[in-house]
Design a protein around this ligand. Structure first.
Ligand SMILES: Cc1cc2nc3c(=O)[nH]c(=O)nc-3n(C[C@H](O)[C@H](O)[C@H](O)COP(=O)(O)OP(=O)(O)OC[C@H]3O[C@@H](n4cnc5c(N)ncnc54)[C@H](O)[C@@H]3O)c2cc1C
Length: 308
């Protein structure tokens, strides 16, 4: 069977990939967008902090973006997992879960990252509503409520300080861990309570959630901040031998170019070395998708016209 060749294959149908496909479509590039349906903000009922889209359900955002793409005849969208990417003489081969490979002259990777939540019974069902990771995305929603922050590192203290104007009161839950004396003193000065007992679990309640402890009384919270490690959702950075940063993300330059010619990356999976980690936001992901697509288009232009 002949293999279809696209100017660009965009892997990822989150905000980064959707915007990249839109930009390529507007330049009449043939583009295939692949989407395996695993979105980082899937647990969230609403997305926030995006002018014109504040409070919109994430699925609605993606549908609207797909409707935009439908106006561009050179863009094809398939709800399909890409299983492998390999470089060939003239570009790339992308293997798909249905067994039908496609070819690409340029690749835009926008496959996102996957979060690992703290191993806390009851956390998963409340993650994305009562429990959150980012005060910029889900902080205002806890206005005037008692908020807890789970953890014992510098990040924990920082989140507790960030929500000082939003929450009515705050507690850091160290879950049996110990805060270093400087962090403890900082929290004391800022009026943040600290509970060091091991946390047994969380359970949705009328207020938000009830936190139970191995020892001591339950605590009712309106919001709970948690954090955990994240990792590349797809294996393509490894398959293509792309340079990675300490965060585990793909290193890109300001134009979304990776260390491999013809491969561009956008969204949460990539950032420049000037930032310690990706600025995880829908708006930032979409903006970087646009930049990566413009670079892919420039790469194709260079090849079409032998530009140096
Ligand atoms: C609970 C939660 C709530 C959040 N709320 C907000 C918020 O309110 N506001 C905000 O600005 N940000 C929010 N964020 C952050 C935001 O979700 C991310 O920054 C954003 O989704 C990143 O977009 P992305 O396109 O890089 O990745 P994603 O949205 O994660 O999309 C990745 C895409 O790649 C696809 N993919 C991966 N592997 C493959 C493969 N092998 N083949 C085909 N497709 C593949 C996936 O299916 C998906 O389509 C939240 C994050 C979390 C965890």
């Amino acid at each position: 069977m002949p293999v279809t060749t696209y100017d660009a294959v965009v892997i990822g149908g989150g905000p980064a990939g959707l915007q990249a496909a839109l930009t390529l479509g507007r330049m009449h590039r043939t583009a295939l967008l692949l989407d395996s349906g695993e979105y980082r903000n899937a647990p969230a009922e609403h997305l926030h902090n995006f002018a014109t889209h504040d409070g919109m359900p994430p699925a609605e955002f993606r549908s609207a973006a797909r409707a935009d793409l439908a106006a561009y005849g050179t863009v094809e969208v398939r709800d399909l997992l890409a299983t492998a990417v390999t470089r060939d003489d003239d570009g790339f081969r992308v293997d798909l879960a249905d067994g039908s490979p496609v070819a690409a002259r340029a690749l835009v990777l926008a496959t996102g990252v996957a979060d690992t939540l703290p191993d806390l019974p009851g956390l998963q069902p409340i993650f994305g509503t009562v429990a959150a990771t980012c005060p910029y995305c889900h902080g205002h929603e806890f206005s005037g409520k008692h908020v807890a922050v789970l953890g014992n590192g510098p990040h924990t203290a920082r989140v507790a300080l960030l929500v000082e104007r939003i929450a009515s009161s705050r507690t850091v839950l160290t879950d049996g861990g110990e805060l270093d004396p400087a962090t403890r003193a900082l929290l004391d000065r800022a009026g943040v309570a600290v509970r060091e007992e091991p946390v047994k679990g969380v359970c949705r309640s009328a207020v938000g959630a009830t936190v139970s402890f191995a020892d001591g009384p339950d605590e009712e919270v309106g919001g709970l901040f948690v954090s955990g490690p994240f990792a590349q959702r797809a294996p393509f950075a490894e398959q293509l031998g792309l340079s990675l940063l300490d965060s585990g993300c793909v290193e890109v330059d300001a134009m979304g170019r990776t260390s491999a010619p013809g491969v561009f990356a956008a969204g949460d999976m990539a950032h420049t070395s000037a930032t310690p980690m990706p600025m995880a936001s829908v708006l930032t992901a979409a903006a970087s998708g646009l930049v990566a697509a413009v670079s892919a288009d420039a790469h194709l232009l260079g090849r079409d016209h032998d530009l140096s």
